[in-house]
Unconditional design. Sequence first.
Length: 313
Amino acid sequence: MAPRKIIIDTDPGQDDAVAILLALASPEDMDVLGITAVAGNVPLPLTEKNARIVCELASKPDTKVFSGCDAPLARKLVTAEHVHGKTGLDGPTLPDPTMPLQDQHAVDFIIDTLRTEAPGTVTLCPLGPLTNIATALERAPDIADRIQEIVLMGGAYFEVGNITPAAEFNIYVDPEAAKIVFACGAPITVMPLDVTHKALVTPPRNDAFRAIGTPVGEAVAEMTDFFERFDKEKYGSDGAPLHDPCVTAYLINPDLFTGRHINVEIETASDLTLGMTVADWWGVTDRPANATFIGDIDADGFFALLTERLARL
Ligand code: RIB
Ligand code: CA
């Protein structure tokens, strides 16, 4: 089968970095048409730089990286240096990028790509706040029908929130954008905390990254060593949750994941539950299903795939 054409929309972020490395290591599964940076974990000047750092770490300096929106649609930016460090990629010491940033704005790239490629052949992979995607949909409503699938990391239901008691970070940062995306009508697959918190980089799994014995393996192990401390302290978990790589792993082997096609709405009115993904997991409403909400993962299979693919770089 031909590789899926994808656009990765991202706010690197160590876990974004691993998701990007997995995609760039898997040309038989994914053709990365471009990487669009958005403000999120850290401000845009850092996310656009980090995206290029990761492409060069993968020895893929010809990857097209675009800079996108530097703030949510209607709110002040909330960042997550407390998790990812000041640079957003704390952990390894990686050189500043020398590859160029594309001149075109990320939103224009998303619109133009969806209008140029055949309908239903481009998958969007948002790994951060949905500001770029929502802005593209607002500016060019015609693209919604041309999207093959949106496979995003965001939200939470049984796992509840990680930035507030009710909300997961990506959705919380720009809930108005999330509302637009979840209402756009394109097929959506959601990787919420319910599943990403089951993809934990335990010490043996991080040892396996390090045992790859390459600069990529070492860098990923050092990224994990850094960003695991937040979750271990907060949840007492046995390692860092690899949120964003669940998105690109899904594109390689969807059988690693299970979920339900349900209705998911976004809270944008209440200060108390702002950014909550109200997932009708038990079908108690008659609201139409608009997303496949993933709840479980074959974690051993996920890490075996990830380690094997990272070793290619
Ligand atoms: O809540 C986890 C998500 O927020 C991940 O995508 C992480 O990179 C941050 O963007
Ligand atoms: Ca992210």
